[in-house]
Design a protein around this ligand. Sequence first.
Ligand code: AHM
Ligand code: MG
Length: 325
Amino acid sequence: MTSPPQHLTLPEFCESRYETSGLYDGLESVLHAISSGAYALEKQIRNGNLAGILGTTGEVNIQGEIVQQLDAISSDTFVQEFKDSGRVAMVGCEEIEHPVSFGETEKHNYIVLMDPLDGSSNIDVAVSIGSIFGIWKRDQQKALNAESLLRPGIEQVAAAYVVYGSCTVLVIATEGNVDEFTMDPATGMFHLTSTDIKYPDKTPYYSVNDGNTARWTNGIVQAVDGLRNGRSQRYIGSLVADFHRNLIKGGVFLYTADTKNIDGRLRLMYEANPLGYVSVQAGGEVSDGIQNILEITPHELHQRAPLILGNKELVKKIREAIKSS
Ligand code: AHM
Ligand code: MG
């Protein structure tokens, strides 16, 4: 990871990075939608209880989880931003049962799959939360519908996430590149603060919900025992924030299948694929314990997957422990 000599703004960065690449035609508009939505959301998050937007809506989402008011606000905010971008043909969202479509002109050349607010259980307690986005090119030769979104994660052309933490950061990954931007709260502008991010060789941290131990297979128990040796356990309970810390400081995150979560807990299309894509671009790995997550052909949009995410060597060790048990 290097510190850039000057803090380019996100639009300046996009101009220099994507202007000459046909592959990323219009990507700057998708990223602008993300940064603009994140700014709007960040202000609401910071106001917390003062804005009267904490607590639940009284509804249960397609995942069977209680919807927080901020879940609903974040989903509406980003859906509107992507619509306004004129570049996104369809959005699939963790909070919405069916994908939302915006148009099929030649300009509508992207698909976005998102978890608009990750870490819902931390909303009411002033702990870091975030937003996660997988970005895909639309196949203009095929009909656009929910089934057409069921593509393996390896086909993503970019992924991004925001962490609303002690500061607000936006991380963007494209093939071979991971870059971090920090939001200036006075203007809402994101500025480049780290470029060419790769996992460090050292791995001081591992992140897992230890409360699930009794429900793990022997292989997972052994894998986690191996991680404990000399490493600190860090578990925020917001995947995106745990992932970001492990990416910058070194480490691994796992939420595997267990007897309660037989398919795992986290969502393949909204969480595992986008963060898996970032991980791989940063020299890390992503696995469901058996195979590369990014090679899974999904059978439905809201499906879950066991997730092991982070430093390449550690993901490999965990896979081996699972295999040998
Ligand atoms: P969410 O997208 O509804 O917030 O749920 C996903 C979250 C992850 O951010 C986090 O890693 C996990 O659920 C925590 O689950 P648990 O409370 O079982 O440890
Ligand atoms: Mg989530």
